[in-house]
Design a protein. Structure first.
Length: 327
C-alpha cells in the first residue's frame, strides 16, 4: 500500500508549521518548564483556531472528528515545534469521553476541548503519574474498569524534559465503572500511542534538519564537518530511521480511522519505530553539535531533552513490541 497525504492535509501541515514557526514556541516551552502556563495556553488557543483539537471531537459536540489521520498530521507539526502541554492526553481524553457513554461528561468537556479551553490529563495503563496535572483543568484516572475525575495532585516531579511535569493524582470522583470504561481506555491508549509516535516523528525531523544546517556551518581542519564521510553516514542512518517510521505512523492512523482490529498493534509498532528513530536523531544531534549540545542555553536543548521521554511515554519500547507480538 502506498500512502500519500491529500492536498488539504499537506496544506494543513504547512499552516501549522507557519503558525508555530512564528509563535515564539521556545519561549512558551521555557515558561511552561518554570510553571508559567499562560504562554502555552495562549498557544493552545491559536492551535484551536486551526481546528487541531476539534479533530478529536465528534460533530455533535462542536468538533469535526474523530479524524485520526488529520490528527497524526497535526501532531507531527506539534512535535516538530516542541509545543508544550498534555496535548496527547487531552486528545486521548476526548476519545475516551466520547466512547464512555456518559452523555453528561461528554457534554461538559468535549466542546471545551474542541475550543482549546480545556486541558485534560489522562492516566491509563496503571500509570502512577499524570502529565502536567498542575496545568490541567481535570485529570481522568483509569484503574481496571473504573474511571475517576480529580483536580487534586501531589508535588510536581521533575523529569529529563523540564517541560514534561509529572504529578501523582489524588482522590477523585468516580465517573463510571464497567466494560465500557475498559473498552474506551483501550481505544484512547491506541490513539495516544499513535499521536506520541507522530510527535516523535516531527521532533526527530526537526532535530535532523537542525543538525544538517549546523554541520554545514561548523568547520574543522578548514572544512565543514558535514563534508566528512563519517558525519554523512551518521546523518543518513538517522534519516533512514525516520523514513521507515513514517509509513508506520500513517498505517496506524488509517487503521484507527476505519477501526481495523489490527489498529492497536499498528499503533504500538508506529510508537516503537518512531520513538527509536527520534531518540537516535537526538543522539546524533547531541554528538554532532559537540559541546554546544550539552548546554541548556540554545533552543536545541528543548528538543533533545524531549526525545527519550517521548520514546517511553504511553508504552516503553519493550511494551510496544510486546503489543505488536500479541497481535
Amino acid at each position: 500500500m502506498r500512502f500519500l497525504l491529500t492536498d488539504e492535509q499537506r496544506e494543513f501541515a504547512r499552516t501549522l508549521d507557519s503558525l508555530l514557526g512564528s509563535a515564539g514556541t521556545p519561549a512558551a516551552v521555557r515558561a511552561w518548564a518554570a510553571g508559567e502556563h499562560k504562554p502555552g495556553r495562549d498557544l493552545w488557543a491559536r492551535l484551536a483556531g486551526t481546528g487541531v483539537f476539534a479533530l478529536a471531537v465528534p460533530e455533535e459536540h462542536d468538533g469535526m472528528g474523530p479524524l485520526p489521520v488529520e490528527l497524526a498530521v497535526a501532531f507531527v507539526e506539534l512535535g516538530r515545534h516542541a509545543v508544550p502541554g498534555p496535548l496527547v492526553e487531552t486528545v486521548a481524553a476526548a476519545s475516551f469521553l466520547h466512547r464512555l457513554g456518559d452523555p453528561d461528561a461528554a457534554a461538559d468537556w468535549l466542546p471545551r476541548i474542541a475550543a482549546g479551553d480545556a486541558l485534560v490529563g489522562l492516566c491509563a495503563e496503571d500509570a502512577p503519574f499524570a502529565l502536567d496535572a498542575d496545568a490541567a483543568d481535570t485529570v481522568l484516572v483509569v484503574r481496571d474498569d473504573t474511571v475517576c475525575r480529580t483536580e487534586t495532585h501531589g508535588p510536581v516531579q521533575p523529569t529529563l524534559d523540564p517541560a514534561r511535569r509529572l504529578s501523582r493524582p489524588l482522590g477523585g470522583t468516580v465517573l463510571a465503572r464497567g466494560p465500557a470504561v475498559t473498552a474506551a481506555a483501550r481505544h484512547a491508549t491506541d490513539l495516544a500511542r499513535l499521536l506520541t509516535a507522530a510527535q516523535a516523528l516531527g521532533l526527530g525531523r526537526a532535530l535532523l534538519e537542525g543538525t544538517v544546517d549546523y554541520v554545514k556551518q561548523r568547520t574543522q581542519f578548514g572544512r565543514p564537518i558535514g563534508s566528512f564521510q563519517a558525519v554523512k553516514h551518521r546523518l543518513a542512518d538517522t534519516l533512514i530511521g525516520l523514513e521507515f517510521a513514517q509509513p508506520l505512523v500513517h498505517a496506524a492512523a488509517l487503521a484507527l480511522a476505519v477501526e481495523n482490529p489490527s489498529a492497536g498493534a499498528e499503533a504500538a509498532a508506529a510508537k516503537a519505530a518512531a520513538g527509536a528513530a527520534c531518540y537516535a536523531a537526538a543522539r546524533t544531534a547531541l554528538q554532532l553539535h559537540g559541546a554546544v549540545g550539552y548546554t541548556d542555553e540554545p533552543d536545541l536543548s528543548l528538543w533533545i531533552r524531549k526525545a527519550r521521554p517521548l520514546r517511553d511515554a504511553w508504552g516503553t519500547p519493550a511494551a510496544c513490541r510486546a503489543r505488536v507480538l500479541a497481535g
